[in-house]
Design a protein around this ligand. Structure first.
Ligand code: SAM
Length: 204
């Protein structure tokens, strides 16, 4: 088994960002949930495992100015930076593992689409949740999108966990409270439908 980092570097070095199964031309539901936080454009937002996602482009278009994107793959972040050109300088980029990093500051919105669900080892999940706990500001909210219970069992040839609201709430623990869950049928570039659930949580 290649390491987690080697796996993702290979993926982003061998495929164009528009070819990967999780590609979205427009991350509409993420944007809707970020807006639903009511926290506004001055908010500090972290896209965890953002990869080459276009969410950062859409946030810059909407006036968000305190955006950080973190990913384990340098190649993924390079794709995003190249696409953004000069605007890449308005974003903070972090090449790091979501289970072991410290930004050195809090964030008001933690966004994760299709990253937490790769953590199949309980110790990794606990480490990730510890990072949420460490980084989320007192009034902050986290948006975690994962495959729904009827979603695929694998993504990028890796096994994934699938969550409904109850399972996610239980795993996050008593320090967090679920605000809402919304469903999305993601259509992959290959034309396959993948059921996702997006969960928005806050601190208790
Ligand atoms: C399925 S992709 C989703 C990318 C992006 N969130 C999106 O919606 O387009 C999973 C992403 O998580 C990154 N990733 C996987 N495991 C990670 C980890 N432990 N820490 C940080 N990033 C990770 C991968 O490099 C990849 O960019």
């Amino acid at each position: 088994m290649p390491s987690r980092k080697t796996h993702w570097e290979q993926v982003y070095s061998s495929k164009r960002p528009e070819e990967v199964s999780w590609h979205q031309a427009s991350p509409k539901l993420s944007l809707a949930l970020i807006e639903a936080t009511g926290l506004g454009q001055a908010t500090r937002l972290l896209d965890v495992g953002g990869g080459a996602s276009r969410l950062v482009d859409a946030l810059l278009d909407r006036g968000y100015r305190q955006i950080s994107v973190l990913d384990i793959s340098a190649a993924a972040l390079d794709h995003a930076r190249t696409r953004l050109g000069e605007r890449a300088g308005q974003v903070r980029w972090h090449e790091a593992d979501a289970t072991a990093f410290d930004l050195g500051h809090e964030v008001d919105i933690w966004h994760d689409r299709a990253v937490f669900h790769f953590l199949t080892d309980p110790a990794d999940r606990a480490a990730y949740i510890g990072r949420v706990d460490r980084h989320l500001s007192p009034g902050g909210q986290a948006i975690i999108a994962a495959f729904a219970p009827d979603g695929p069992e694998q993504c990028s040839n890796l096994p994934v966990m699938r969550y409904n609201a109850e399972a996610l709430t239980e795993i996050l623990g008593t320090r967090f409270r679920l605000i809402e869950t919304r469903a999305e049928q993601h259509l992959t570039p290959g034309g396959t439908r993948q059921p996702f659930l997006y969960h928005r949580v806050c601190r208790r």
